[in-house]
Design a protein around this ligand. Structure first.
Ligand code: AMP
Ligand code: GLY
Length: 414
C-alpha cells in the first residue's frame, strides 16, 4: 500500500513508525513530515492548505490511503476531496470533523444524543457573553467555538477572570462565537477510539499532562507527557464511557448523514456523577499517540484502511500488556517563543525495545540533529509496570542532551 501521511509532529512520527510495522506498507510519503517520518519514507515539503495540489500529488504517486494527523486539514475538507477523487482516507469529512472544529456544534450533537457534558451557553458576541456572566455573578469556563491551537479554553476562578477571558478569547478568530460552561471537577482521561462510521474500537485510555509545570501548574501547552493505560479506567468504566459518551455521538452523526470515520478522541472528566465529555477531537492526540500506539498489536495500517472504507474489524487489533509513559522534551522558551538550533546528543544510544524516541521539533543541520520547534522529542518508555515504564522514559530523557532542555518530572507520578 502507498500511504500519504499529513502532518509534522511527534504524533505523525508515531503513526509512521506504527504503519511501517505492517508488511503491507510499500511506500510512505509524508507532507510535510519531520526528521522522524523521514526514516520510513520520503518527506515532501508541500503547503497543507492546497488540497487540490495534494490530490494531484496523491494521484501521481498512486496513493492508496490518506492518513491525516492534525485537525486543520480535516476541518478544511481534505478527506472530502480525497474521497471524491476515489482515494480512501483515514479521518472524518469536514461535516463530521465539526465535532472538534466547532464546540457549539459538539454541544448541540451531544444534547441531541443525550451525552453527559457540562451545561453551556452560546453567544455570538463578547458583549452578550459578558452581560450574561455579569448577571449570573459567577465564574464560568470560557471557550472559543473554533480551532485555537489548544489555546481556546480558560478556566477562571471568579467573575473578573471570566470577563477578562471573554475579552481575550472574543478578540481571536476562533472566538467570534463563545461558550460559557459550568465548571466541572474530577480527574481527566482521554479515550481514543477508531471508528468506521458505525463501529468503535477503543484504544488504551490515556492521561495527558497539559500544563507546563509539575503538579499541573502554569500555562497550558500542547501536552507535556502522557501515561497509558490509566488503571482508574477499569474495563467497566471504559464500557460506560463508550456507551454513554461516544457511541451515541457516532450514531447521531451517522443518522444525520455525516458518519464519523477516523479516530474519535473524547476528553473525559470523571465527576462524582459519572464520566462527562469536556470536548471531542477528531484526530489522534499529540502526545497521546506516542504512548497509545506502542501498546497496540496487529496490523495497524490494515486497520486504518478498514476504518477508511467502512469495514473495521475489532479482532484485528489487540492491546499489548504493560504501560507506556511519554515524556516530552521541550526547547528553551517553550511554550512561548522556543529557541531553535540547539544541538541534540544522546538519541542514538537508546534501546528501541524499551524506549522509543519520537521526533517533533527537530531538524538535521550540518552539525547534526538540532532543535527546530517547541516540543522537540517525545520519549516513550515501555514496561510491564507503570513504574518501570516511567523509569525507562526518565532515564532516556536525562541521557538526551541539548541546551535549554526542559520537561516535567512528574508524568505518571499519580
Ligand atoms: P478542552 O480543550 O475543552 O478539553 O479544555 C481544555 C482543558 O480545560 C480541559 O482539559 C480541562 O482541564 C479544562 N476544562 C474544559 N472544560 C471544563 C469544564 N467545563 N470544567 C472544568 N474544566 C474544564
Ligand atoms: N494532547 C492534546 C491534544 O492532542 O489535543
Amino acid at each position: 500500500m502507498n500511504v500519504l501521511l499529513i502532518g509534522s509532529g511527534g504524533r505523525e512520527h508515531a503513526l509512521a513508525w506504527k504503519m511501517a510495522q505492517s508488511p503491507r506498507l510499500r511506500r510512505l510519503l509524508s507532507v510535510p513530515g519531520n526528521t522522524g517520518t523521514g526514516g520510513y519514507g520520503q518527506n515532501v515539503p508541500f503547503p497543507l492548505h492546497d488540497i487540490e495540489a495534494l490530490v494531484d500529488l496523491a494521484q501521481r504517486e498512486s496513493i492508496d490511503l490518506l492518513v491525516v494527523g492534525p485537525d486543520n486539514p480535516l476541518a478544511d475538507g481534505i478527506v472530502d476531496r480525497f474521497v471524491e477523487a476515489g482515494i480512501p482516507a483515514f479521518g472524518p469529512k469536514a461535516a463530521a470533523a465539526r465535532i472538534e472544529s466547532s464546540k457549539s456544534f459538539a454541544k448541540e450533537v451531544m444534547a441531541a444524543a443525550g451525552v453527559p457534558t457540562a451545561q453551556a451557553h452560546v453567544f455570538d458576541s463578547p458583549a452578550e457573553a459578558a452581560a450574561f456572566a455579569r448577571e449570573s455573578g459567577g465564574p464560568w469556563v470560557v471557550k472559543a467555538d473554533g480551532l485555537a491551537l489548544g489555546k481556546g479554553v480558560v478556566v477562571p476562578d471568579d467573575l473578573d477572570g471570566t470577563l477578562a477571558a471573554i475579552a481575550q478569547l472574543g478578540a481571536t478568530p476562533a472566538g467570534s462565537r463563545l461558550l460559557l460552561e459550568e465548571r466541572l471537577s474530577g480527574r481527566e482521561v482521554s479515550v481514543l477510539a477508531l471508528c468506521d462510521g458505525s463501529r468503535l474500537v477503543a484504544l488504551p485510555p490515556a492521561r495527558d499532562h497539559k500544563r507546563l509545570g509539575e503538579g499541573d501548574l502554569g500555562p497550558n501547552t500542547g501536552g507535556m507527557g502522557v501515561v497509558a493505560p490509566v488503571d482508574e479506567v477499569t474495563p467497566a468504566l471504559l464500557d460506560q464511557i463508550l456507551n454513554r459518551c461516544m457511541r451515541p455521538v457516532v450514531a447521531e452523526l451517522a443518522a444525520r448523514g455525516t458518519p464519523f470515520r477516523g479516530v474519535l478522541y473524547a476528553g473525559i472528566i470523571l465527576t462524582a456523577e459519572g464520566p462527562k465529555v469536556l470536548e471531542f477531537n477528531a484526530r489522534f492526540g499529540d502526545p497521546e499517540a506516542q504512548a497509545v500506539l506502542p501498546l497496540l498489536e496487529g496490523d495497524f495500517l490494515e486497520v486504518l484502511y478498514d476504518c477508511a472504507v467502512g469495514g473495521l474489524n475489532p479482532e484485528k487489533l489487540r492491546r499489548r500488556r504493560g504501560y507506556a509513559v511519554c515524556v516530552v522534551l521541550c526547547a528553551e522558551g517553550y511554550p512561548g517563543k522556543p529557541r531553535k538550533g540547539d544541538l541534540i546528543r544522546g538519541v542514538e544510544a537508546l534501546d528501541e525495545d524499551q524506549v522509543l524516541v519520537f521526533h517533533a521539533g527537530t531538524a538535521v543541520s550540518p552539525q547534526g540533529l538540532c532543535t527546530s520547534g517547541g516540543r522537540v522529542l517525545g520519549v516513550t518508555g515501555l514496561g510491564p509496570t507503570l513504574a518501570r515504564a516511567r523509569a525507562r522514559a526518565y532515564e532516556a530523557a536525562e541521557r538526551i542532551r541539548f541546551e535549554g532542555k526542559h520537561y516535567r518530572k512528574d508524568i505518571g507520578k499519580g
